[in-house]
Design a protein around this ligand. Structure first.
Ligand code: NAP
Length: 259
């Protein structure tokens, strides 16, 4: 099967960070793009984030891959969401069906949009492991090219079925919540504990977590969200080799359990 991979790359999420705050979005997105970040994830569910992202990309749209979502119970509402996105972004590089909402109905017309070239790849996302059986059912149709899932040392349910399935189908895996929504950052390990990872380009605890996910060869992208330009720059540094081996990944898991 033809490869649909994207990465490994560090992208940028937009949930709960710059909602309707355009100047902040410009600062954070600008810093991320300058640091080499290309994949930007958003959704109609994230209040004003899609519009803020569009404003932040003015003049730089060509540098980014925009991954957004259709989050609607009816086809009409889904189509309206896409029309707004096309006004904001010109085209949508990755269109994902958010939380599997009405996925069969949305997929049918989105495939026509993909054929017409108005959207690039089609994907599906879900935040809850309780929905993974349905995510697998959707992926097995062979009609999607990307899947977005939570994956971090405290949330590993996708290792059971979805990561092997994505690898088998050659799908691009985008990791949401790579920092556990910030919950893994409350008591970060210190420099001494991170010392065995410095040879892997890891200087901070968030970088260790991002590299932990990207070092799984089935993962293409992590999309940490941040409202700070300096953090966007520092997170981006986790997107380069060398990747962690099994021993280093186990160390990150032990440190995460204690954090
Ligand atoms: N499809 C879905 O159902 C779904 C669900 C959840 C998320 N997502 C996507 O995945 C993205 C990522 O998930 P998430 O935003 O929930 O969680 P996350 O990326 O795991 O964590 C974000 C939190 O980490 C903090 N942070 C980021 N970089 C940091 C750093 N270097 N140092 C210290 N703190 C740092 C941020 O705070 P500061 O702002 O203070 O830096 C923010 O509170 C979302 O933004 C969204 O695009 C999708």
């Amino acid at each position: 099967m033809e490869s649909r991979r994207l990465g490994p790359v560090v992208g940028l999420g937009t949930w709960d960070t710059f909602d309707r705050e355009v100047p902040l979005a410009r600062e954070v997105v600008g810093a991320a793009l300058d640091a080499g970040v290309r994949l930007l994830d958003t959704s109609p569910m994230y209040r004003g984030a899609e519009a803020s992202l569009a404003a932040a990309l003015q003049g730089r749209r060509d540098e980014a891959l925009v991954a957004t979502k259709v989050w609607a119970q009816t086809v009409e509402e889904g189509r309206n969401q896409l029309e707004a996105q096309l006004r904001w972004y010109g085209h949508v590089d990755i269109e994902q069906i958010h939380n599997l909402a009405a996925w069969r109905e949305q997929l049918a017309w989105l495939e026509v949009e993909r054929e017409a070239g108005r959207v690039g790849r089609l994907g599906v996302t879900h935040y809850s492991s309780g929905a993974f059986t349905e995510v697998a059912r959707a992926l097995r149709t062979g009609r999607f090219e990307t899947v977005q899932l939570p994956y971090n040392p405290a949330e590993r349910e996708c290792e059971r079925e979805l990561l092997p399935l994505a690898a088998e189908l050659g799908l691009a895996v985008i990791v949401m919540r790579p920092l556990g929504k910030g919950s893994l950052l409350r008591r970060p390990p210190g420099p001494r504990e991170l010392e065995p990872l410095t040879g892997f380009g890891v200087e901070t605890w968030p970088q260790a977590l991002l590299k932990w996910a990207l070092s799984d060869p089935r993962v293409d992208a992590v999309i940490p969200a941040t409202s700070r330009a300096d953090r966007a720059r520092s997170n981006a540094l986790a997107g380069s080799p060398p990747w962690l081996g099994p021993e280093e990944r186990r160390l990150v898991e032990r440190l995460a359990a204690a954090s």
